[in-house]
Write a protein that binds this ligand. Sequence first.
Ligand SMILES: Cc1cc2nc3c(=O)[nH]c(=O)nc-3n(C[C@H](O)[C@H](O)[C@H](O)COP(=O)(O)OP(=O)(O)OC[C@H]3O[C@@H](n4cnc5c(N)ncnc54)[C@H](O)[C@@H]3O)c2cc1C
Length: 460
Amino acid sequence: MSRPSRHLVVIGQGAAGLAAALTAAEQTGRRSSVAITLIERAAQDQAGGNTRWSPSNMRMASPERVEPSFVHDMLAATQFRGDATYFARLAREAPTTVAWLQYHGIAFTQPTYYLSKGPPRIQPVGGGASLIKTLATAAAQTGVTFRYGCRARTIMDRGVTVEEDGASETLPADAIVLACGGFQGNAAMMRAHLGPGGETMRLISPGTSFNTGDGIEMALRIGADISGDWTGIHSEPVDERSARSAPVVLIYPYGIVVDKTGCRFFDEGGGLMHETWEHLARHIHFTRPSSIAYAIVDSRLLEIPDYQRAIRSEVAPVRADTLAELAQTIGVDPEGLAATVGAYNAACVGDPSTFDATRRDGLAAATSLQPPKSNWARAISVPPFLAYPLVGAVAYTFGGLATDDRSRVLRKGAPIPGLFAAGEITGHFYGTAPNAVSILRALVFGRIAGVEAVRALMRN
Ligand SMILES: Cc1cc2nc3c(=O)[nH]c(=O)nc-3n(C[C@H](O)[C@H](O)[C@H](O)COP(=O)(O)OP(=O)(O)OC[C@H]3O[C@@H](n4cnc5c(N)ncnc54)[C@H](O)[C@@H]3O)c2cc1C
C-alpha cells in the first residue's frame, strides 16, 4: 500500500468523533491515500466520554422520521436564538443517520420515558455504550487508527500537538475534526462562565470528567467564533447519596421540594419532569443553602404505576411516620417543614381523583400558594413520609464553537479551512437543552464532518 499523502485527525472518541472517523473511512476506502487517526485522551477501557454513559434517547417519531414540528421545537427551546439552518439540516439528516447506525447493526426501540410522556423518542438498544462499541469496532475494521491515552493540546495549520505518556508530539493533519466535548469537567472554566460554585457542581457520569474544554480552547486560540449560551448547562437532580452514574430522582413533581430551612423555592409542578429538571438542579446548586434540597412525598407515591421508573438511585428513600421525624433524620428545620407542608396542604383544593402522573393534569394548588404548584398538587398527608436528598449534577455545557450546517468551524463568520467540529463542543443551545437531541446532533454532525473533511482533503 502506498504511503498516505493526506492525514485526517479526529479528536475525541464519543458519538461525534466516531461518526466522523467511520464516515470518513467509508468515504475514502481502506486502501486510500488518506490516513485517519482518532485520538482519545482516556484509556481504551474508559473512553467514550458522555456518550458511553448516556441512554441516548433520540427525539424522533420513529427511526424513519422526526416530528413535523422538530425544527420549530428546537428553535423554541433556544428561545429563537438558535440557527434555523443548522436545526433544519439536523432534521433532514436524522433519519439517514439512524439508517446508517442500523446498517452497522444497532437496533432501536421506542423507550418508555420515566413517567411522563413528552415528545416521542427512539433509543439504541444498549444505549451509548453500544454506540461506542459498535462504531469503534467498525471504524477499526475500516482502517481508522486509534490512539488512546493521547491528549490533544494544540491545533495548527496542518498539525495537532498531542501528549502521550508525558511526551509531546506533533501529528500531521491536513484536516481536523474536533469532537472532544464541552467544558463541564474544567473547574476553572465552569467558575468563569457560571459564576462562583460552578467549579463544585457534581459531574453526572464518570465520562463527563474528560470533557475539559480542550478543543474549545484550542480553536479559540486560532480565532474561532463562539456560539451557544456560555452560562447554560444541562443539569439534572440526582440522589446525593448514590455512587451510580446519573442517579436521577424525578418524582419531585408529585410532592414538594424543600431546602434545609424547610422552605419550598420553585414550582415543582411547573411542567413535565424533563421541562423542569434543569431549572431545579441549577437552583439547588447555586441558590440553596449547602447546595442541597429534599424531595418530600407521602406514601401515595407508591401507588403511582411504575413510579420506580422515575428513580435511578440504588439508595432507598429516607422514611418516617411523621414529618417531624423525617425532618430530623434528613437535617431539615422541623418547624420550617411543618409550616411549609401545612400551607401547601391547605392550598391543595383541587379534586385529587384527577391526579395523573403521566401528563400535566391541571391539578393546581390555590393561587395564594407561593411559589405556585401548577400540576399534581395533592396534599402530603398519608404516612409514611419519604425524602430523597437532591443535588444538581451537570451533564454538559451549552457554550462552544460556532459551526455551520456543514460542521465547518467559523472564524469571523467564514469557515476555517480544514477545521470541523461536532457534538457538545459546538454551541447552538440557548436557554434550555432541547430534550433528547444532544446525542442525535453529535451523530448527525459528526457524519457530516467526516464527509466534509474528506471533501476538503480531496480538494487540496
Ligand atoms: C448520563 C447522561 C445521560 C444522557 N442522556 C441523553 C439522552 O438520553 N439523549 C441525548 O440526546 N443526550 C443525552 N446525554 C448527552 C449526550 O449523551 C452527549 O451530549 C453526547 O453523547 C456527547 O457526544 P460527544 O461526542 O460530543 O462527546 P463525548 O461523548 O463526551 O465524547 C468526547 C470525547 O472526547 C475525549 N476528549 C476530551 N478532551 C480530549 C482531548 N484533549 N484529546 C483527546 N480526547 C479528548 C473525551 O475523553 C471523550 O471520550 C446524556 C449524557 C449523560 C452523561
